[in-house]
Ligand binder design. Structure first.
Ligand code: ACM
Length: 383
């Protein structure tokens, strides 16, 4: 018998999501998804008789603080597994810490791809799982002239570079590209909206994140623009931001994501009921919350086999594993350490939910470097 099976000491893990600052609207939901999963596992008796104990810090939406707190978790709290981060800049701040100290970061957010670390499990979508499908959809339904608006950091800039190539490959063009600082105020979106009104693109592709998302869509509504003619399309705007901006403000705009609350499968319906029992019937679920939830479950089933929090052991055993997530069955791609996920496009409705317009027939294999791009995309079907 191993030493760990003789003890009832908790499995200590770190959790790093912002509950304060301009990223808290979405990161609070990621924290909740993480804690719901941990509580469910503990209610079932924990892992090999031992509960999971989260050590939770709030980085306050400050990029460098994620790095400092990751170090504190690993050095002072003796933790090697960390669940956390929304922005790619916060992930980049944690990366050197987990790589230097051989930790394992579980990252539950879509991102720009073009990264591979043996110390990260990526459970959010990469561009071949969302951008590619969104680009084709938009060009078919709305037109070829895109305007890009993003927050000024790595995810929007890299994501726009990729989207620009996808647009050009399909015969379209980018008529404007603007960035606002992370944490921008509502006023800062007005001039960009004026420019959009003047240029009249067919589609606005937004990579704005955090509170800025709310201000962007509100500035759009203030201009009296019509989403039926020129929607905002995004990879990040989900039920959490729609709820914060107002359902009427979000209505008609588009998002590509692996998960929406409205997915009609039994596993998701049960998940939404459990979540809302805890947080209230007006608390919507969303893609980042769902990824936070399923990655803890993937971790837990791996830990059950490994019976150890040693990073090399966990990492090698998680490769290729799968889980019946609310979005459908997902797996950790054994080659990339990124999740193979479903691809969907939704349009926000008056109830703050997304009507699903398109979904893949199976999971789309993770292809973070777009190596097999075009071949790995699961076929989409119009709903
Ligand atoms: C992101 O920064 N990965 C949304």
């Amino acid at each position: 018998m191993t030493k760990s099976s003789l003890t009832s000491e908790p499995w200590r893990v770190g959790v790093l999501f912002s509950r304060t600052g301009f990223m808290s609207v979405i990161e609070e939901t990621q924290l909740r998804g993480t804690l719901v999963a941990i509580d469910e596992i503990n209610e079932r008796g924990g892992i090999n008789g031992r509960p999971i104990e989260p050590i939770i810090y709030d980085p306050g939406s400050d990029t460098r603080t994620y790095g400092h707190l990751a170090k504190r978790l690993m050095v002072e709290d003796g933790v090697s597994t960390i669940f956390g981060c929304y922005t790619s800049s916060s992930r980049k701040a944690v990366l050197p810490v987990v790589e230097r100290l051989n930790g394992l970061l579980w990252y539950p957010t879509l991102y720009e791809g073009f990264e591979f670390s043996p110390n990260v499990i990526y459970s959010g979508a990469t561009p071949n799982q969302n951008s590619s499908q969104l680009c084709s959809f938009l060009m078919k339904l709305y037109g070829k002239r895109f305007f890009f608006i993003g927050s000024d950091y790595i995810y929007p800039r890299s994501s726009n570079r990729i989207m620009r190539e996808m647009v050009a490959k399909r015969g379209g063009s980018v008529v404007g590209e603007r960035y606002v600082r992370l944490g921008a105020s509502r006023l800062e979106f007005a001039p960009v909206m004026q420019e959009i009104k003047r240029l009249k693109p067919d589609v606005i592709f937004s990579t704005v994140v955090g509170d800025g998302t709310i201000y962007l869509y509100q500035a759009y509504a203030d201009m009296g623009l019509d989403p039926k003619v020129m929607p905002i399309a995004s990879l990040t705007t989900c039920e959490a931001e729609i709820s914060a901006m107002g359902h009427d403000v979000g209505e008609g705009h588009l998002t590509a994501a692996p998960y929406f609350q409205g997915i009609g499968n039994a596993s998701n319906e049960a998940f939404v009921v459990r979540y809302q029992k805890r947080y209230g019937t007006h608390a919507p679920t969303n893609m980042c919350l769902e990824a936070s939830y399923f990655q803890v479950n993937v971790f837990a089933q791996t830990l059950e086999q490994a019976n150890s929090l040693e990073t090399p052991m966990l990492r090698s055993m998680v490769m290729g594993s799968d889980f019946d997530a609310p979005q459908g069955n997902v797996s950790i791609n054994a080659f990339w350490g990124h999740a193979d996920l479903w691809s969907r496009i939704g349009r926000a409705n008056r109830n703050g939910q997304f009507d699903i317009l398109l979904e893949s027939k199976s999971t789309v294999k993770a292809d973070p470097f777009l190596i097999g791009h075009g071949r790995s995309a699961g076929q989409a079907s119009q709903a």
